[in-house]
Design a protein around this ligand. Structure first.
Ligand SMILES: Nc1ncnc2c1ncn2[C@@H]1O[C@H](COP(=O)(O)OP(=O)(O)OP(=O)(O)O)[C@@H](O)[C@H]1O
Ligand SMILES: [Mg+2]
Length: 429
C-alpha cells in the first residue's frame, strides 16, 4: 500500500506544477490516465481469477506431500513411491505452467502500460513544440515540462503495475477468507446456557442422522438412560455405533429428532461446556507430538504429576511408561507413532480418566491390548465409572462384562423389540 500512497501524492504534486506552466499540456498528459485505468481494471480481473486457479493447483500439490508424508508407511509398503511422485509432479507442473502463463500476461500488460505512456509523452512533445513555435511557451519551459512529465508518469506506472501485482495477494486473501467463512457443522445458539457438571441422564428422542442427505446412517433411535448407567453398545461393524456417540458430543447434529442431557436439548448448551461433560477414548486414539506426561495431562491443563501418574496407573499404563528410558518424559513422536497400538490406547485411556467428566465414552477402548491387560483395564474402569454414565462400544464380550444395559444396533436401528428402550441403573440385560 505504501508505494500507492507516495505515488498518488507525487502524481497530484506534478499535475499542479505542470498545470501552472501550461495547463493545456497538463491536460494532454493526463489524457492517457483513463486508458491506463481501463487497462488496469481489465487485467486485474483476469489476473486475479488466474491467480486463484494457480494457488488452488499449488495447494493441491502441497496436499499430496502432506498426505504422502502422513501415510508414508502405506506408500512404501505397497511400493507406490513412483506413483505418488508422479501425482505430485503432475500438480506441481500444472502450477508452474500456470505461473508462466501469468508471467506472460503480466509482461503483456506491462508492455501496454509502457506503450500508453509513450503515446502520452509523444503527444505532449508534439503539442509543446507547436506551442513553442506559436510563441506561447518558451523552449526552457517545454524542457521543464518534459522533465516533469517523467515524474508524472512514474507514479502512474507504479499505481497501475501495483494494481496488477496486488492481484496475487488478493487471490490468496480470497482463498483464506473462503476458509474462514466456512460454516461450522454445529453452531452455538445465541444465548446458549452454560452447565458446570451434568448428572448424566441421556435421552435420544426419534433421532435420525445422515452424513450426506441420500444415505441415512441412524434411523429413528429413541432411548432413555438414567444417570450412572453403564451402557454397552454392540453391533456389526459399520452399524453406526461410533456415529451414535459422535452425536452425543455434538461432533454432528441429528438430522431429525433431538438428544437431551439432563432433560435439556444438547443444542441449547454452550458447546465448550457440553464437551466438558464427556471424557472420550476415540476408536483410533491419536496422540500429540509431545511427551507422554503432556499427552495424558492434555485432558486437564494444570494437572500435577501425581494426578497424571494416578490416571496412568488406572489405565494399566504406568508399568510400561516407567520402563521406557525417559519415563513420562518420553516423546511419543508425530501422532504417537513411536508407541505400539496398545500403548497408545492405554495413554488415551489415562487421558480420559484424568479428565473425570460425568459421562465417559469408550469406543473400543481395549481393542489393541491383550486379554490380561484388558482385564486389568476393565477392572479399573469398573472402579472408576461408579457414579458416571458410561458408554462402552465393543466387539468383544469381555469388554462388555458388567454393563447395566446393552444397546444392539443393526443398520442404524436399535434392535430391541420395540424402538423405545427405557434403561435405568441396574435394569436391563
Ligand atoms: N465421516 C463420515 N462421513 C460419511 N460417512 C461416514 C462417516 N463416518 C462413518 N460413516 C458411515 O456411517 C456408517 C456408520 O459408521 P460408524 O463409524 O458409526 O460405524 P461403527 O458402528 O462405529 O463401526 P465399527 O464397528 O467398524 O467402528 C458407515 O456406513 C460409514 O461408512
Ligand atoms: Mg466405530
Amino acid at each position: 500500500m505504501t508505494p500507492f500512497l507516495t505515488a498518488a501524492l507525487t502524481l497530484i504534486g506534478m499535475i499542479v506544477v505542470t498545470a501552472r506552466i501550461d495547463d493545456q499540456l497538463a491536460f494532454v498528459a493526463l489524457a492517457v490516465s483513463p486508458g491506463l485505468f481501463l487497462l488496469a481494471r481489465a487485467s486485474s480481473r483476469r489476473l486475479r481469477s488466474r491467480w486463484y486457479q494457480v494457488k488452488a493447483v499449488q495447494s493441491l500439490a502441497m496436499s499430496v506431500v502432506q498426505e504422502v508424508l502422513a501415510a508414508v508407511r502405506v506408500v512404501k509398503a505397497f511400493g507406490q513411491e513412483d506413483r505418488e511422485q508422479k501425482r505430485f509432479l503432475q500438480h506441481a507442473s500444472r502450477g508452474v505452467r500456470g505461473q508462466m502463463e501469468l508471467a506472460f500476461l503480466e509482461g503483456g500488460f506491462d508492455l501496454l502500460v509502457g506503450l500508453t505512456i509513450a503515446v502520452g509523452t509523444a503527444a505532449v512533445l508534439v503539442i509543446g513544440v507547436l506551442h513553442v513555435q506559436s510563441g506561447t511557451l518558451t523552449l526552457g519551459a517545454l524542457l521543464m515540462v518534459m522533465a516533469y512529465l517523467a515524474q508524472l508518469y512514474g507514479p502512474m506506472e507504479t499505481i497501475t503495475k501495483k494494481m496488477a501485482d496486488l492481484q496475487a495477494s488478493l487471490a490468496s486473501a480470497e482463498r483464506a477468507f473462503t476458509l474462514l467463512d466456512e460454516l461450522p457443522d454445529v453452531a452455538e445458539r445465541p444465548g446458549a446456557r452454560s452447565i458446570s457438571r451434568a448428572s448424566g441422564a441421556v435421552a435420544f428422542q426419534n433421532v435420525s442422522f445422515a452424513y450426506d442427505k441420500n444415505h441415512a446412517v441412524l434411523h429413528d433411535i429413541s432411548l432413555e438412560i438414567g444417570p450412572g448407567t453403564r451402557v454397552g453398545i454392540v453391533g456389526t461393524t459399520g452399524a453406526g455405533k461410533t456415529t451414535l456417540v459422535s452425536l452425543l458430543t455434538r461432533f454432528y447434529d441429528p438430522t431429525a429428532g433431538r438428544i437431551l442431557l439432563d432433560g435439556v436439548d444438547l443444542r441449547d448448551f454452550r458447546i465448550a461446556d457440553l464437551r466438558n461433560q464427556f471424557s472420550i477414548v476415540l476408536q483410533d486414539p491419536v496422540l500429540l507430538s509431545s511427551s507422554i506426561a503432556e499427552n495424558i495431562g492434555y485432558a486437564r491443563p494444570g494437572a500435577g504429576q501425581r494426578e497424571v501418574m494416578a490416571a496412568a496407573e488406572l489405565a494399566n499404563a504406568h508399568q510400561f511408561i516407567i520402563g521406557l528410558p525417559d519415563g513420562y518424559e518420553t516423546q511419543v513422536g508425530e501422532r504417537g507413532m513411536r508407541l505400539s497400538g496398545g500403548e497408545r490406547q492405554r495413554i488415551a485411556l489415562a487421558r480420559a480418566f484424568l479428565k473425570d467428566a460425568p459421562i465417559l465414552i469408550l469406543d473400543e477402548p481395549t481393542s489393541a491390548v491383550d486379554a490380561a491387560t484388558e482385564a486389568g483395564i476393565m477392572e479399573a474402569i469398573e472402579r472408576l465409572v461408579r457414579g458416571h454414565t458410561t458408554f462402552v462400544i465393543a466387539h468383544r464380550q469381555s469388554t462388555l462384562r458388567g454393563c447395566d444395559a446393552l444397546l444392539a444396533i443393526a443398520d442404524g436401528r436399535l434392535v430391541h423389540g420395540d424402538a423405545a428402550v427405557s434403561i435405568s441403573t441396574g435394569v436391563g440385560r
